[in-house]
Structure formats: C-alpha cells, structure tokens
Ligand binder design. Sequence first.
Ligand code: KG4
Ligand code: ZN
Length: 330
Amino acid sequence: MLILGIETSCDETAAAVVEEGKKILSNCVHSQIDIHRRYGGVVPEVAARSHIEVIGPILSAALEDAGISWRDIDLVAVTKGPGLIGSLLVGLSIGKAIAYACRVPLVGVNHLTAHWSSIFLVNDEIDFPFVSLVVSGGHTSLFLCRGIDEVKLLGHTLDDAAGEALDKAAKLLGLGYPGGEVIDRLAKQGNSQAYSFPRAIRGEVNFSFSGLKTALVNLVKKKGEIEESELPDLVASYLEAVVDVLCEKTIRAAKEAGIDKIVLSGGVAANGRLRERLKAEAEGVGIKVFIPPVSLCTDNAAMVAAAGYRLFLTGNTDGLDLNASSRPAI
Ligand code: KG4
Ligand code: ZN
C-alpha cells in the first residue's frame, strides 16, 4: 500500500510517499524560513501564499523521487490541524482533489499525532501504550497514546511553546531566526549552571515558558549589553531551564500513568541536550525512550503518511467534507 502524505500546517510545504506506513520512498520538504526570516517569525498570509506556489512542484518531486505515478497511490493522508488555517487549507484542498481524482480514500491527520507517529518510520519495536512529548515551535503537549486514535492529552503549555521560548530568546539575543538550532549549537560551548533561570509550575504536568522568557528580558535589560563571549553560558543556562522542565514533567507523566515508554518528537526533539538528558534520566528509572532521527523531528510529510496509514487500518477515513481546524480535537 502506497500512502501519499501532505503537510502544510505552518511554514513547511511537504509531500512524501511511504510504503505500508513504514518505508519512506520519498520525503520532500520546502522550508519557508528564508521568506519569514526578515519578519522574525511566520507571517500566516505569506505562508499560505507560498504553500500555493510550492505544493504542486513538491508533490511532483515526491512522486518522481519515489518512482511512482498518480495511479499507484492507494491512500491520501493530509494534515487537518492544528496549524495556520490558511496554510492547512492549501494542503487539505489539494489532498481532497487528489483523493477524488485518483478514487482513493482520504484521511485527515492531526499534526501532533503525525509528529509522534514519526517513530513508526524508524522503529519496529515500539508498541502502544506510550507517553509522548510533542515539543515544537507551536506546541508543547504530553499525550498518553494507547492507539493511533486512542489519545489522551495529559498536559500542555499554558502560554509559550518550548520552541517559541527558544526562538524568542534567540531573537532577543540577536542570534537569528529560528533560534532553536543556533541555541543548540552555542549551548554546547557554554556552562549551563552559569546563570539561574526559573523553572515554572513544578509538581504538575502542564508547562509554562513565558516567565522564563521574561527573566531573560529582565537580565538583558539589567546587564545593558551582552558581550559575545557571554552568549554560550547564557544560552546554555536558558536551554537547561527548558530541558529541565521538559524532562521532569514527561517522566512524571509516564510514572503517574504507569507507562514505561516515552516517545519524544517535534522540532525541539532535534535538540542534542534534550535527547541526551531525557534518555539518561528516564532510562535511570526504568523508562525506555524512543526518539526519531533529527531529520524526522521537524515538520515533514512522511510522518503524516505514517499516522494516516495507521488511522486507515483502524477504520478512520474522511469524506470530502473534511474541514481544516486550527485547533482540532485529536
Ligand atoms: O516541528 P517544527 O518543525 O514546527 C512546528 O510544528 O512548530 O518545530 C520548529 C521548532 C522551532 O521553534 C525551532 O527553533 C525548533 O523547532 N528547533 C530546535 C532545534 N531544531 C529546531 N530547537 C532546539 N534545538 C534544535 N536543534
Ligand atoms: Zn510540527
């Protein structure tokens, strides 16, 4: 069975062909980072217009890379939300058109379900149930996953997402956009204990990162100017505060749910320090950690196909009346 995955929820236009929900035949991603960089963040209307221009060529590239034609597709899996509504509608509309024209089923996929489903593309061993932390520029959510369509939200951020906290810090410190990757690199040269930053709402599984960002703003104001030589220690300490709460709450959630497997996914799951610490700390208390390779952490369409395949197998398909939603239920 060949699944065509389509992803346009934010600023990546992506299409992929995945065989049996597991084998990636192609995985094409066009990032809009260069378009949005000058604004310091994603501009929704600009994002939607870019998706319209790029989706056709990206779909053609995905088919060509996979060495297949439209007639070979058996299922169309497309992100239905959460995300930017104008961007989502581009992918959803073309996904419906392809499903209709090729006379194949359509399945709408929750973007966060797609993120944790990326683990199925690389790991045969993982099975339900597990706790999953999806941590990206727009989301920081903890789920208890008992099946592809049996998902319970355990906790989420009450304000900024973890990736947003990193992106805002990078912007404030003049490190460019998006900031997560730069912070990852710079933090490796710094001392994570050099500065003390707050760890918000200890003792529960919801997250809050806006206080952390404010602490950095206040510190920068107080210091007046930050020397370049101070940056590694500063970002290492800031990143450590983010990683600390992500690890503590994820392990707490797994323990409380009595689950011994954790799946880490989303753009921030590319972070070296987070990958290393979550693995070490969870495995120290007997919880196994599964993390997709860095290339599958940021937005892509192979993860959408992986989730769509499993949804299809459990009897979940959608009609052409499927709508996009910026905040769908699972
Ligand atoms: O999943 P994603 O591509 O898009 C959303 O759904 O938001 O995640 C993008 C986020 C951005 O905030 C970016 O700064 C962050 O992932 N990110 C990282 C790293 N690479 C990307 N954060 C920390 N370390 C990284 N290596
Ligand atoms: Zn994402």
